[in-house]
Write a protein that binds this ligand. Structure first.
Ligand code: SF4
Ligand SMILES: [Zn+2]
Length: 322
């Protein structure tokens, strides 16, 4: 395997060209979503995708750099983006949660200038919960100070990615399972909730191993006190995964594997487990059953229980109900 620096350069060299000339004073996107909260009520979230400097890591599977800038945004830009998001929020009633997602780490000083923390805390004061994302390496003093400034409850989402130790190392995230566990324990000690992102079928994982590693990943997350585990099917699109696909080291999960993994994850969950349904059609090869399958997974996100499987006589030879 390449050295860390050589691996970074190799991953960066494979990136497709993308126009990253973003307005520093407008969020990249704003949307509303609904999810089950800890009390099993459906709760609306205002999701704000902030424009800010690229994350310092270069993970093998990551395409979030597409939505970031090369330079640190000026002081005051992030509060202005949040103000803009609050005024352009889609209609639909009150929103108890706000997710401030920055395609990296909220507590990275080169991403979100720390001097903006008081203004950000003031802007989100009317929400009940604020959710930000961070690499475990940035979970520390700044996070505790930010939490003290906030009236809403703080939740930090961290990419656990996989608990397969060799694959986690190959993802180039420079994080061990112990690093994740330590950061999660620190967050809990400071009364901050924890969310974990887990990849479904990361590179170097054979399709037949996915269920078992998903179960183990969800188990590890809940063992370490997370309250939400979010499953993300690994997608092509960042250049490095396309290259690994040509070498036989990566294939996106099939919709069947995604469904079975979510079933398996819910069966062992000790908290909420959500499946990311974004671009689900990219994982399907049968237009006849895509929509009922999507609806079943959406319902499972809402109900947190495994529903009867969808059978399709076009792609599934052991049944015929569609
Ligand atoms: S730490 Fe997160 S945002 Fe940064 S490169 Fe890795 S996956 Fe992407
Ligand atoms: Zn089908």
């Amino acid at each position: 395997m390449r050295s860390d620096g050589a691996q970074d350069s190799w991953i960066a060299s494979l990136r497709p060209p993308v126009n990253r000339d973003y307005d520093w004073f407008r969020p990249h996107a704003v949307l509303l979503e609904e999810e089950l909260d800890a009390t099993r009520q459906f709760t609306r979230s205002l999701v704000v995708f902030l424009v800010n400097r690229e994350c310092p890591w270069k993970c093998l599977e990551c395409d979030l750099w597409k939505f970031t800038t090369l330079e640190t945004v000026p002081a005051g830009a992030i509060p202005r983006q949040i103000e803009a998001a609050l005024t352009q929020a889609p209609p639909g009633g009150p929103c108890p949660q706000i997710k401030l997602y920055n395609s990296g780490s909220f507590f990275d000083p080169r991403a979100i200038p720390p001097g903006d923390d008081p203004a950000i805390a003031g802007l989100v004061d009317s929400f009940a919960r604020v959710i930000v994302e961070s690499h475990p390496a940035f979970v520390g003093e700044r996070c505790w100070r930010f939490r003290e400034r906030l009236r809403p409850r703080l939740e930090v989402a961290m990419g656990l990615e996989t608990v397969h130790p060799d694959i986690l190392r190959r993802l180039n995230k420079r994080m061990t399972l112990d690093d994740f566990a330590r950061a999660a324990a620190g967050l809990r000690d400071h009364d901050v909730d924890v969310r974990a992102f887990l990849l479904l079928q990361p590179p170097y994982m054979a399709e037949e191993e996915v269920l078992e590693w998903t179960r183990r990943g969800v188990g590890f997350a809940f063992d370490n006190g997370v309250s939400v585990a979010s499953l993300i099917p690994t997608r092509l699109g960042n250049g490095a995964l396309e290259k690994l696909a040509t070498e036989g080291h990566f294939a996106p999960p099939s919709l069947k594997t995604i469904e079975q993994s979510f079933d398996a994850a819910l069966a062992v969950a000790r908290g909420r487990v959500f499946l990311d349904l974004w671009d689900l059609e990219k994982f399907s090869n049968c237009p006849w059953c895509l929509e009922p399958r999507r609806q079943r997974l959406r319902d499972m996100n809402r109900l947190q229980s495994v529903l009867p499987p969808i059978h399709c006589n076009r792609c599934d030879h052991d049944a015929a109900t569609l």
